[in-house]
Design a protein around this ligand. Structure first.
Ligand SMILES: Nc1nc2c(ncn2[C@@H]2O[C@H](COP(=O)(O)OP(=O)(O)O)[C@@H](O)[C@H]2O)c(=O)[nH]1
Ligand SMILES: [Mg+2]
Length: 461
């Protein structure tokens, strides 16, 4: 049985065991509903880390930040509902102001509001829903509410490490760390984003950070939002800047004050420049002008380049590979944690079998081992010699979890050749699992790869 199917069965069993407890039943029913939803990704981090901005960049819309816990899911039309018990849920208007869509929470004060549910038509929300969390949200809340976490930090602080450590064994299989506001990291230099990416790579190998996440990526959220919502007038303004010789423009781009100052050499109204500054930041203005000059001189080319440079592309890939493609195991893990919680809160005789099943499931789920190995290989915690490493990453699902992706085939094979290919790979990795040249950790890694191959074979027959 897959972890997904096992979790579903255990959840239903728990509903039977706890049918006379209204509290447990309500909690378990909520888990059941959540089980069928897209994977829930919380964006967490300290106040001002850039959470709401990153959420906007992922959705591709500049929805003005609403304070508090806001969940975004795909829906046919924009719609927002405020949950503020004991009042009944109340729909609130979404208004457009200064080109932004704003959830008008009206008379509600943020202390009263438990959460805001936003429906938003967006392709990115179809397979993952997003949870924007308030700055002070506890690890219990974040890891309890979400199936996976994008954790933002500007620098590594002890508080960030403590937050992730409080997530127990979840961060190592369901967390991507983002080095946020990446444009500010390099002190505003034009290569700031490359330095930020370098720092992210260093963190990925940091022994303190490695066990706490699957990956670390640098993201300049502000730039990413501006890119994804770039208006024609803004592109024209940037193109006008880029048309000027670099040396004439340079000193006016040194600071925000100079950029909106009087003796500006291009015919751009001060409020247009002010607008650019708010949307891109001075670093972003400098970068976009440079990129246009370098030949990314159409709207499409510029947007593509900005999405890539801002780190948004990398973040989306990380979410896709680690969370969306792994949604079944992440959902199972969420159910198991919820069951652990209920079993601890309301222990009873009738739950003995469930408790034992749960322990076994957590100890043996192969999908979890795949996730941990993938994280270890991708962060360099575990290394394998030569081509073995890339192959192991692939087989445990690093490039996709269907057999063709795991085997790295560039054609759609028939079942027989697929079986032959799996068998061949399986034999080679069985040898590696007992290869005396490898150390214990490496042989264990090979063992996980062997299990992945066996899993493929089982599913083929
Ligand atoms: N320079 C720069 N500023 C950013 C970036 N992301 C967010 N900010 C600014 O940082 C402040 C806090 O951002 P916000 O997304 O509201 O942070 P939150 O409190 O974590 O939700 C706002 O003024 C943003 O404009 C970024 O990538 N670069
Ligand atoms: Mg916010």
């Amino acid at each position: 049985m897959t972890p997904h199917a096992a979790a579903w069965a255990m959840l239903n069993e728990a509903l039977a065991v706890y049918r006379d407890s209204p509290r447990a039943t309500a909690f378990l029913r909520a888990q059941l509903a959540r089980f069928g939803e897209p994977v829930r990704v919380a964006v967490a981090g300290a106040p001002g880390a850039g959470k709401s901005t990153v959420v906007n960049s992922l959705i591709g819309e500049e929805i003005a930040p609403v304070e508090g816990l806001v969940s975004y899911r795909d829906g046919p039309a924009p719609r927002a509902v405020v949950i503020a018990p004991p009042a009944p849920p109340q729909e609130v208007p979404i208004v457009r102001r200064d080109g932004r869509q704003r959830v008008d929470s009206g008379a509600w004060r943020s202390q009263q509001v438990e959460r805001v549910l936003v429906d938003w038509p967006a392709r990115s929300l179809r397979e993952t829903s997003l949870l924007d969390t308030p700055g002070g949200a506890s690890p219990e809340l974040v890891f309890g509410e979400a199936d996976a976490v994008v954790y933002l930090m500007r620098h590594m602080h002890d508080a960030d490490l403590r937050f992730l450590q409080a997530g127990g064994d979840r961060p190592s299989v369901s967390t991507v760390v983002v080095l946020s506001r990446a444009d500010e990291i390099g002190g505003g230099r034009i290569d700031a984003l490359s330095s930020a990416k370098q720092i992210a790579r260093r963190y990925r190998r940091d022994p303190q950070v490695q066990p706490l996440c699957q990956n670390v990526v640098a993201v300049a959220g502000l730039l990413a939002v501006a890119a994804r919502t770039l208006r024609d007038a803004e592109f024209d303004a940037v193109a006008a800047l880029a048309a000027l010789p670099r040396t004439d423009l340079e000193e006016h781009l040194l600071s925000a004050d100079r950029f909106v100052g009087h003796d500006f050499p291009v015919a751009l109204a001060p409020q247009v420049r002010q607008g650019l500054l708010e949307r891109f930041g001075i670093f972003g203005v400098r970068l976009t002008a440079t990129l246009v000059r370098q030949g990314f001189d159409t709207r499409t080319k510029l947007v593509g380049q900005l999405v890539q440079r801002s780190g948004l592309g990398e973040l989306r890939d990380a979410i896709g590979q680690n969370f969306t493609e792994r949604h079944e195991v992440l959902k199972a893990l969420s159910v198991w944690r919820a069951l652990e919680f209920v079993l601890r809160a309301e222990p009873r005789q009738g739950a003995r079998k469930l408790t034992a099943d749960l322990e076994r499931a957590l100890a043996s789920a192969h999908d979890l081992k795949e996730l941990r190995l993938l994280a270890a290989l991708q962060t360099g915690r575990t290394t394998l010699p030569g081509d073995l490493e890339a192959e192991a990453v692939r087989i445990v699902g690093g490039e996709g979890t269907d057999p063709v992706a795991r085997l790295g085939m560039d054609f759609e094979p028939d079942e027989r050749s697929l079986r032959l290919a799996v068998t061949d790979v399986l034999r080679r990795w069985q040898d590696q699992a007992v290869n005396p040249v490898l150390d214990t950790a490496q042989r264990a890694a090979a063992g996980v790869v062997v299990r992945s191959c066996e899993g493929m074979l089982t599913r083929l027959s």
